[in-house]
Design a protein. Structure first.
Length: 410
């Protein structure tokens, strides 16, 4: 069988697995009849789906790819391996945090020792003025740069417009390119992009907790331009669409969340913020546009930008909290306390993050480690801050290719 035939089987398999886990299918815009078949009747037994996964894996492994299908074959093998691992989890197999991350996302996360976090807190201790602990001073400053609820949409829309304009100078997006913003509550995540196909997305922003000014640009770029929305749109345009526009590779009509694809998706979405707003450009835009729109003091922008640089390192505290919690070394209270101490979250924010870990488990590595790996790959090929054009070229090459983490060669 050709890879295209195995690809059809793969799509139907992913849809069938989605009947057992509502979070598994992140997006689908393939044949409607396939979804109707998958949703009809009782879910297929897990054992049957694992056997089907094995059959497709064996078929893909021995297939002979066409000259332009080498990465396609690697992609299918990687995604299918993750499907098998996820099915094992659904059957009750308990992976360790590290084993699960490797099985699903093709990377084994290194341990960040507490001394590394303590050093970052020490630098923040010198940076943040006033009395009290680092946590108290950080939260005090954060209180000053929270976007008033009535101004959230205005600020967010301005951030989206700027991120979109910057991205369109480098990326050829579908003429139908569009997304809608919705504001929600009661979610474990802060924002989510629901790609609809045809160049359309729905981006939901969670208003459960106050939004700091930096999150407006983070979410606009991460969820929208040049992040998830652009990633999905370019993959659909280049691969899923029928010739002559695309290649007609149907495996790109479905996105299983717990798969190696997510490390690329989240890593590029995070790094894309820096690609679109390099160096001092982010500071200038936030200070001169977003702070005034939010009714905040632009004089706080410079210091807050320096604080955010340290929080990049402290983001790895999520991995250590998740590892300890999921492996049984930290109970819920201690895991939340760890997040409060080392990621400088409030107790409410730490509780929300642990709810995310309850649901998505080792997925947390895709944000921080994913960004680190993507940056390393781009910069190793000359996409440095000193060469923004080369950086954009490599970034767009990555988000419009079937390359998975192992294909980064790191």
């Amino acid at each position: 069988m050709a890879l295209s035939e195995w690809a059809s089987d793969y799509v139907n398999l992913v849809l069938a697995v989605g009947r057992h886990d509502g979070n598994f299918v992140d997006a689908y815009y393939g044949p409607k009849a396939w979804k109707q078949v998958a949703d009809a009747g009782a879910p297929r037994p897990l054992a049957e789906l694992r056997a089907e996964t094995g059959r497709i894996l064996e078929g893909v492994a021995v297939s002979e790819p066409l000259p332009d299908e080498t990465l396609r074959k690697d992609y299918l093998l990687g995604q299918l391996g993750a499907v098998d691992a996820h099915l094992a989890r659904l059957e009750g197999h308990r992976f360790s945090f590290d084993d699960e991350a490797e099985a699903l996302y093709q990377v084994r996360p290194t341990v960040t020792i507490e001394a590394t976090f303590e050093a970052a807190l020490g630098r923040l201790d010198h940076l943040l003025e006033g009395p009290g602990s680092v946590q108290e001073r950080y939260q005090g400053m954060r209180e000053r740069i929270l976007v008033p609820t009535l101004r959230v949409d205005e600020v967010f829309q301005a951030a989206i417009a700027e991120a979109r304009d910057r991205t369109r100078k480098h990326a050829v997006l579908p003429e139908s390119d569009h997304f809608r913003v919705e504001y929600v509550t009661g979610k474990a995540w802060s924002a989510y992009n629901w790609y609809q196909g045809g160049g359309h997305s729905v981006i939901q922003v969670n208003l459960d907790l106050p939004i700091a000014i930096d999150r407006a640009l983070d979410l606009a770029a991460h969820e929208g331009y040049p992040g998830h929305h652009v990633y999905n749109a370019l993959l659909e345009q280049r691969f899923a669409q029928a010739p002559p526009t695309g290649k007609g590779w149907l495996e790109f009509t479905v996105y299983p969340l717990f798969s190696p694809q997510s490390l690329i998706a989240e890593g590029t979405a995070n790094f894309g913020i820096e690609v679109a707003f390099p160096g001092e450009e982010r500071l200038a835009f936030e200070r001169d546009v977003l702070f005034p729109l939010a009714g905040l003091d632009p004089a706080d922008a410079q210091c807050w930008a320096r604080v955010q640089a340290e929080l990049k390192l402290l983001a790895f505290a999520d991995n250590e909290a998740a590892r300890g919690y999921l492996d049984g070394h930290l109970d819920r209270a201690r895991a939340e306390a760890f997040l409060v101490k080392y990621s400088l979250r409030t107790e409410a924010q730490a509780a929300q993050r642990l709810r995310f870990i309850d649901t998505y488990r080792s997925y947390v590595i895709n944000y921080n480690l994913g960004e680190q790996l993507v940056r390393t790959w781009v910069e190793a090929q000359g996409g440095t801050l000193d060469d923004p054009a080369r950086r954009w070229t490599l970034f767009l090459e990555l988000i419009s290719s079937p390359r998975l983490p192992r294909g980064l060669g790191l």
